[in-house]
Design a protein around this ligand. Structure first.
Ligand code: DNO
Length: 401
């Protein structure tokens, strides 16, 4: 697999030129300054490429070309935004950038309640705690319908926690959830979230899936004709938040959406960290089922901490080879998929991967790295994953003899 690294652009505290020491082979980035719904033109894309080229890299994967709320809810401006999306695809293809990641999560992109929870080893990890989330939902956002979304003990615990929380802890919790974690499409205020929630009135999971399929029916044929590969990132976490539908949470969701627009350009981002929060996630089986359509892999691990709602577990981001996901099995399945592609003569046989997130370790600590994207934690993750890839490739070679 091509060993890539997410780089947030010139504002990223981690310098591109340093990444050669880490063994990074490719870069995942985006034009985060361009709002969802607007066109990325060739000039802006080429400007970013020049920065990458100056340090010996190319732009391997776009993460993300964001899908606007108007497209997700099919409200006014949708047509303009789809036209802009297609124009961006044309511009990316003209600049030879081939892989484009996006997600279809309503309002909130990836969500954590704590960005730096202390770990027993002295480092820090990101964490999702359902009671904290309920504090935000019920007592900060004050969403009336929220009381129906949590078990009674979570409601009680949230009420108690809210009364004990300092104002600054409440502010931090709110920012963690709404201000947009690194790479998220949007950053919202509490008032924004309240009014956006109204735009989802009547949007059932079935309707949201139809909206996703409608979007893909427009853009996937364009991507296909341009030789691009779109890859949908799963919901993170893979369950409903704020009563909103989430439709890319498991392997069956992918099966439905990949079949509905049955083109190679309509593909998946396998994110083991997002999907792996669900108890029944099976990484190697996901690869066996959707392998030919996996255009990008995010390799990351989580540990579930079961609370009272079996469908909405708490979890923290474990080290890449710890946690609940079978990382070794998943990576070996991806290597087997690459081998099949090579045998089929596919030019896109090599799957770009990145060590997704990382715990904050050693010099990462102190809050000077971007939440979830520290240097040393990700370096450790990449090194461990590289070990599996090296052993797996060695074994494949041995099998060929
Ligand atoms: C978080 C990321 C997500 C991802 C988007 C893809 O770390 O994996 O923000 O980039 O959901 O569109």
């Amino acid at each position: 697999m091509k060993q890539c690294w997410r780089w947030f652009g010139p504002e990223d505290p981690i310098g591109l030129s340093d990444l050669h020491q880490v063994g990074v082979e490719g870069i995942v980035t985006a034009l985060h300054n361009i709002p969802p719904g607007e066109t990325w033109d060739r000039e802006a894309i080429s400007e970013r490429q020049s920065v990458l080229h100056a340090d010996g890299y190319a732009w391997d994967v776009v993460e993300s070309l964001p899908v606007s709320e108007a497209i997700k809810t099919q409200t006014k401006r949708m047509a303009d935004h789809i036209a802009a999306y297609k124009a961006s695809l044309y511009a990316l293809a003209a600049q030879d950038v081939k892989v484009v990641c996006y997600n279809f999560m309503p309002i909130l992109d990836w969500t954590r309640t704590s960005l730096r929870a202390k770990q027993a080893h002295g480092g820090a990890a990101m964490l999702f705690d359902l009671v904290d989330f309920a504090v935000f939902d019920l007592h900060i956002l004050e969403r009336a319908a929220g009381v129906d979304d949590y078990p009674v003990d979570v409601l009680d615990a949230a009420q108690e926690r809210f009364y004990e929380m300092s104002d600054s802890a409440k502010k931090t919790l709110q920012n963690n959830i709404t201000a947009g974690l690194p790479g998220a499409n949007d950053s919202w205020s509490v008032e924004d979230v309240r009014s956006l929630l109204e735009t989802y009135t009547g949007i059932t999971p079935k309707r949201l899936r139809t909206n996703l399929i409608d979007f893909l029916s427009e853009v996937a044929p364009v991507a296909q004709s341009l030789g691009l590969r779109l890859c949908c990132h799963p919901d993170d976490p893979p369950f409903s938040l704020l009563g909103l539908p989430r439709v890319m949470s498991n392997s069956d969701d992918y099966a439905a959406v990949l079949a509905a627009v049955n083109l190679p350009a309509n593909g998946a981002t396998l994110c083991t960290g997002s999907l792996g929060v669900a108890e029944n996630f099976d990484g190697p089986a996901f690869v066996r089922r959707h392998g030919p359509r996996i255009h990008f892999a995010h390799l990351r691990n989580t540990t579930r901490i079961m609370g009272s709602d079996p469908n909405k577990p708490n979890f923290f981001e474990a080290a890449h080879l710890d946690g609940d996901t079978d990382m070794v099995g998943t990576v070996l399945a991806l290597l087997a998929e690459q081998k099949r592609r090579k045998a089929d003569g596919r030019i896109d046989w090599e799957i770009p991967m990145r060590p997704d997130h990382g715990q904050e370790l050693l010099n990462d600590l102190g809050g000077h790295s971007t939440p979830g994207y520290p240097l040393i934690g990700r370096m450790r993750g990449l090194a461990e994953l590289r070990g599996i890839m090296a052993a797996g490739t060695y074994n494949q070679g041995a099998n060929l003899k």
